[in-house]
Write a protein that binds this ligand. Structure first.
Ligand SMILES: N[C@@H](CCC(=O)N[C@@H](CS)C(=O)NCC(=O)O)C(=O)O
Length: 213
């Protein structure tokens, strides 16, 4: 059984979707970030950074519990453990890791700057906003080109790399300048993935916010 400590943000959604897609048994442990649950000593014992999400696989490697943080690390672990969304072809496996890394390494931090400037800081910070807006569009244009060439980010197969981008594109994309309008391939791909039953279920579980145990 996997304990999933989550809250309804794009990072939480990625793990909720991965758990549903892989079919691994899990318990959703609602992490009330509005009340600072992510900063408690108890939570920091499994995630020293004090950020969401985290999983604890009670049946980890060697039969021992394993606590894991960082959304990408969690996603890779779940994909490999289940063999789902995990390409068997070595080329696609390498490309899945490459494309999965683009979102957390490039896209999320740029969106995060917008969030922090808009919600936590006084002032306009025009130059900073413009710089990071440029970064977002630079990366989105690369995803747009990629999805013009192949149906999924790793190639022919739907993988955890798609799950890394989808909630970010769907949640943050519309909030940026021009929304997803300049990116029709990303939009069509997001709609296709968003229609998957496991994706809908994962999004519902995390949006619900009700502790399941
Ligand atoms: N690189 C981390 C980022 C996690 C992250 O930033 N989580 C946010 C919520 S989406 C958080 O916990 N923020 C609380 C804080 O920064 O104190 C991951 O991919 O898991």
């Amino acid at each position: 059984m996997i304990d999933f400590y989550g809250f309804n943000t794009a990072n939480g959604q990625k793990v909720a979707v991965m758990l549903e897609e892989t079919g691994l048994p899990y318990t959703f442990k609602y992490l009330d970030m509005m009340k600072g649950a992510h900063l408690s000593d108890e939570y920091k014992a499994i995630n020293p950074i004090g950020k969401m999400p985290t999983i604890v696989d009670q049946d980890g490697p060697g039969g021992e519990p394993l606590a894991l943080f960082e959304t990408l690390a969690i996603s890779v672990y779940l994909a490999e453990k289940s063999g789902k969304l995990w390409p068997t072809d070595p080329r696609e496996r390498a490309l899945a890791m490459e494309w999965a890394t683009v979102s957390p390494a490039n896209l999320n931090p740029s969106f995060n700057v917008h969030y922090v400037l808009g919600n936590r800081m006084e002032g306009n910070h025009k130059e900073v906003r413009e710089y990071f807006t440029g970064q977002v569009h630079r990366i989105m244009a690369v995803f747009e080109q990629r999805l013009d060439e192949v149906p999924y980010l790793a190639g022919e197969t739907y993988t955890y790399a798609d799950v890394q981008l989808c909630p970010v594109a769907v949640i943050s994309g519309p909030a940026m300048d021009g929304g997803l309008t300049p990116y029709p391939n990303v939009r069509a791909w997001a709609e296709k993935i968003g229609a998957r039953p496991a994706v809908k279920k994962g999004m519902t579980v995390i949006a619900d916010g009700t502790p399941k145990s």
